[in-house]
Each structure stands twice: as structure tokens, then as C-alpha cells.
Design a protein around this ligand. Structure first.
Ligand code: FAD
Length: 470
């Protein structure tokens, strides 16, 4: 077809914002021109270096297919650019703009440094050929740099950040954006989305993680109606389905944090929704993204508090690390959590803290190895939240607990999984043990095929503290 005869056309570059509702970049692109084309860039080399998991990319692929189908109904075809790395995005998008005679391109920002460098290169390249480029903060409720201390700097501690965030909300509060209206037809067909995204075989538990905006929105509403009112009391108990399990969808942008906040607010009635513990977690997510932008070294895996990391000597403890990865440390709560991760792609928040503390403070393995393993296995793998969680757990992060606070895995198990229901679910050998403490002891079930503990907790704790203090 003769693309030069087309009226001005806009492009929406989809990344981790795979939704039509509340997508400010898509809304803008559709208002900008009568015709719109969506584009995605497949960059397997960059994904490999970021450790993108097969589970997360599988979910991304299927959500993308669902979005593409929906977009096609609005006459917005999808172009799939098969590239190698982020470096190829600027030239490839410049070629596409020329081919389609597009006048504008929109995207929602991503905050890790490599992504921001990629986007700057794209902006420069497209602006130099006269294309208007617009970035939007669709991944956040309040953009980075907008929640500042009295001195005008970034917050380094969560609680004052969250208070200031709540105060700033009025300035960034807006309704959820509706799905845009249909565009004029371009006459172009959508490209197929390759099964492996040119990356690697992609796999996730499709029975657990449904895609499609409708399914995700139902999940949100069910959580808000049935579980959110008890969230503060029950969220720490991994045997209960007490949290939203929305993280995989927030991570690929199948739903926006603003949609979450709107659902919470709509259901709250006379309750003060702004004080909700669940909203607090959404604000943690915002905190870690704001930090990533304010402190670029974090994207290079530098610790937030180098003065703490300097005092730690990481051990090269390959066998213990392998046991941890496989859920074979002999500590039931740690192993059950790792099995949950390997089996479902997801792990309960309390247990993420427990296994991260175990790896970094008792096995004394560098937090970067744990963070990388999580990125390669989590279906909700998210650079900012994962980095924040690992640095927090190893005490080198913003607002982290002091190094000498080391989780005792057995005590954590006894407190948060008192009957041992969670550990027995993931370690079936423990089912025959009496519910309660026997299921949480290091080496529990050794006679039934479970491993002996890889460390003696008390000795490992003392050695870790000695090393740190000297
Ligand atoms: P809910 O309790 O329902 O919370 C709602 C949403 O708030 C979550 O979906 C998530 O987007 C956000 N949220 C909740 N807790 C946190 C938190 N502590 N920090 C930042 N955001 C939060 N979360 C990820 O999304 N991806 C990761 O890769 C990730 N890695 C982590 C690694 C470690 C070591 C730790 C300690 C935490 C990590 N988290 C990560 C944060 C948290 O564990 C998960 O977001 C949460 O368990 C997801 O479950 P949910 O959706 O049921 O959360």
C-alpha cells in the first residue's frame, strides 16, 4: 500500500504497559492522529543480560497477544520488530516511522538505567527526523522526582516518603483512563507474536496466571471484596490466600497501580482507604521506582549503603547456594518457599524476606546472586522491587534493618506457619509429621528423604556477626 498517502499516523510503543485501560501513552497516541499503529520491540540479547525469566516473558507474550487482539478491534494493528538488543531500538523505530510516515510516538516510561538510556536514544533519533515523542508515567501514580523532602531531595526512608506521597496524591489524582475509541483503519495487518519471542522456550503455570484485562480486573475486584478488609491481619501468613497475587500483572502493566487504588477507594465506603495497609504496599512499589531514578548507581547493582556492604565478606559457597536454589537446605520454611517459587513462579512476601536473609546473612552469599536467581525464576520479576527487596533483606538497602537483625528461619516458620500447613504443602514428606513445631525444625523429615540442614543456625549466625563486627 502507498503509506505516503496516509493521513498523519501515530505510534504507541508497548513495553511493560500491556493494557488498553488507563494507558496514558495509548490514550495520547490515539488523540494525536486518526490512525495508530502499536509496536513492540523484541530484544533477546538485552533480556538475557537482564535475566528476564521464561515465566515472566511467557506471561508477557500471552498478555501481548490478548492486547493485540483487542487493539485490532480498534483498528490498531501491532507491528513486531525482531531485534537483538536495546541498541537496535532507535534505528529500527526510525525506519518504522519513515515507512509509515508517522508523526508521533508515545510510550510509558520504564525506570532502570538501561531502559532510560534506550529511551533517550530513541527520543533523540526520532526528534531529529521531526517526530514528536512523548513519554508518560503510566507505571506509577506519582512520577519520580515529585515526592521530595523539605530540602528538595529524595527520601531515603520509606515512612516519611509514604507520608509525603499521601500528601502529594491530590496533585496527581485523576480518574482511570477509559479504553480509547476506535481509530480509522490503516489497512495493515498485525504481525504474529512468535511463541518464543526469539528468546527461549517460554513457560509458566497458565492454570494459575490467566491473561486478559478482564481476568486481571476480576482478580483485583475479588481481592478487594473478599480479602482486602483482612489484609493487615492476614498478609504475613503464607498458608492463607490473603494477598492479591497481582504482582505479575503490575509488573507487565496488565493493570496499573491507579486501577488498584481506584478499586480500593470505590469499595472503601466510609473507611479511610488512604490508610489501607494494602495501599502501603503499592506505595513501596512507587518508593523503589523513585529511588532507582534518584540513585542511578542502583541500576548498576551498587548497594544503597556501601558503608554496610564494605563490612561484609561474601563467601563463595557454591554447594550451599545450589541447595538454596533447589529448596534443599534442610530448613523447612526456606525450602518450601523455594519450591513454591520453582513450581508457581511466585513466592509469598514474608518468605521472600526469609529466604533472602537466609542466603545473605547465614550462607553469606552475595545478594546479587540471589537477586539474579529471583529475576530468572519469578513470574513477577521486577527490577526495582526485586533490587529493593534484596538490598533491604541484606541490610545494604534504603531503610533496611541493621545487619545484626538476622531472621531465625525456624522461629519465622513457627510464627507465621504455626501448624506447618504451608511447609507440608510444598514438602509432602512433612505431611506425616505432627502439625506444629516438628514440621519447622531444621532437618525435619530427614528420615523420610528430606535433607539434613546445610548449616548450624547458631554457629552460622555467630560467624556472620563476628565477621561483620571485625
Ligand atoms: P500484595 O501484598 O497484594 O501487594 C500489592 C502490590 O504491591 C504487589 O502486587 C506489588 O506490586 C506491590 N508490593 C507489595 N509488597 C511490595 C514490596 N515489599 N516492595 C515493592 N512492591 C511491593 N515484587 C515484585 O513485584 N517483583 C519482584 O521481583 C520482587 N522481588 C522481591 C524480592 C525480595 C527479596 C523481596 C523481599 C520482595 C520482593 N518483591 C517483589 C516484593 C513483594 O514480595 C511482592 O511484590 C509481593 O509478594 C507480591 O505479592 P502480591 O501481589 O500478592 O502483593
Amino acid at each position: 500500500m502507498d503509506t505516503h498517502s496516509m493521513a498523519e499516523l501515530s505510534l504507541i510503543w508497548l513495553r511493560n504497559d500491556l493494557r488498553l485501560t488507563d494507558n496514558p501513552a495509548l490514550t495520547w497516541a490515539c488523540k494525536q492522529a486518526e490512525k495508530t499503529v502499536a509496536v513492540v520491540t523484541l530484544t533477546p540479547q538485552s533480556w538475557e543480560s537482564h535475566g528476564e525469566s521464561a515465566a515472566r516473558m511467557g506471561l508477557w507474550r500471552d498478555q501481548l497477544r490478548s492486547v493485540a487482539e483487542h487493539l485490532q478491534k480498534l483498528n490498531i494493528p501491532l507491528r513486531v520488530l525482531r531485534l537483538d538488543s536495546f541498541d537496535d531500538c532507535a534505528p529500527a523505530l526510525t525506519d518504522l516511522v519513515r515507512e509509515l510516515n508517522a508523526g508521533a510516538l508515545a510510550f510509558n516510561y520504564e525506570y532502570p538505567l538501561n531502559e532510560r538510556n534506550r529511551d533517550s536514544a530513541v527520543c533523540q533519533a526520532l526528534e531529529s527526523v521531526g517526530v514528536e515523542v512523548r513519554g508518560f508515567h503510566g507505571e506509577l501514580i506519582i512520577p519520580p522526582g515529585q515526592v521530595l523532602t523539605g530540602q528538595g531531595g529524595p527520601f531515603k526512608v520509606y515512612t516519611p516518603f509514604s507520608r509525603a506521597w499521601r500528601r502529594r496524591l491530590a496533585d496527581f489524582d485523576r480518574p482511570v483512563l477509559p479504553v480509547p475509541e476506535a481509530q480509522q483503519t490503516t489497512g495493515l495487518d498485525s504481525d504474529p507474536v512468535p511463541d518464543d519471542l526469539d528468546y527461549k522456550p517460554l513457560q509458566y503455570r497458565e492454570d494459575l496466571w490467566q491473561v486478559g484485562e478482564e481476568a486481571v480486573s476480576e482478580r483485583l475486584n475479588r481481592f478487594i471484596d473478599e480479602r482486602e478488609p483482612d489484609y493487615a491481619d492476614k498478609r504475613d501468613f503464607p498458608a492463607l490466600p490473603a494477598t492479591s497475587a497481582l504482582s505479575p500483572y503490575l509488573t507487565i502493566g496488565a493493570i496499573s497501580p491507579r486501577q488498584c487504588m481506584a478499586a480500593l477507594r470505590a469499595a472503601a465506603g466510609s473507611r479511610d482507604w488512604l490508610d489501607s495497609s494494602w495501599l502501603n504496599e503499592i506505595i513501596w512499589r512507587e518508593f523503589y521506582r523513585h529511588l532507582l531514578v534518584a540513585f542511578p548507581g542502583l541500576s548498576r547493582l551498587e548497594p544503597f549503603r556501601p558503608e554496610v556492604e564494605e563490612k561484609i565478606s561474601w563467601l563463595k559457597n557454591d554447594a550451599a547456594f545450589e541447595a538454596w536454589c533447589k529448596g534443599e537446605t534442610g530448613f523447612p520454611i526456606v525450602d518450601a518457599a523455594m519450591k513454591q517459587l520453582l513450581e508457581t513462579g511466585w513466592m509469598h512476601n514474608r518468605l521472600r524476606m526469609v529466604v533472602a536473609s537466609f542466603l545473605t546473612k547465614l550462607l553469606r552469599v552475595d545478594w546479587r546472586l540471589g537477586a539474579d536467581f529471583f529475576m530468572r525464576h519469578l513470574i513477577d520479576a521486577d527490577f526495582a522491587s526485586n533490587l529493593g527487596g534484596w538490598q533491604w533483606s541484606s541490610s545494604v538497602g534504603a531503610d533496611a534493618a541493621p545487619y545484626f537483625r538476622i531472621f531465625n528461619p525456624q522461629a519465622q516458620g513457627e510464627k507465621f506457619d504455626a501448624e506447618g500447613r504451608f511447609v507440608a504443602r510444598w514438602l509432602p514428606q512433612l505431611e506425616s509429621l505432627k502439625p506444629g513445631k516438628p514440621r519447622q525444625q531444621p532437618g525435619a523429615g530427614a528420615a523420610l528423604g528430606r535433607p539434613e540442614p546445610v548449616i548450624d543456625y547458631k554457629k552460622a549466625r555467630a560467624a556472620s556477626l563476628d565477621d561483620y563486627q571485625s
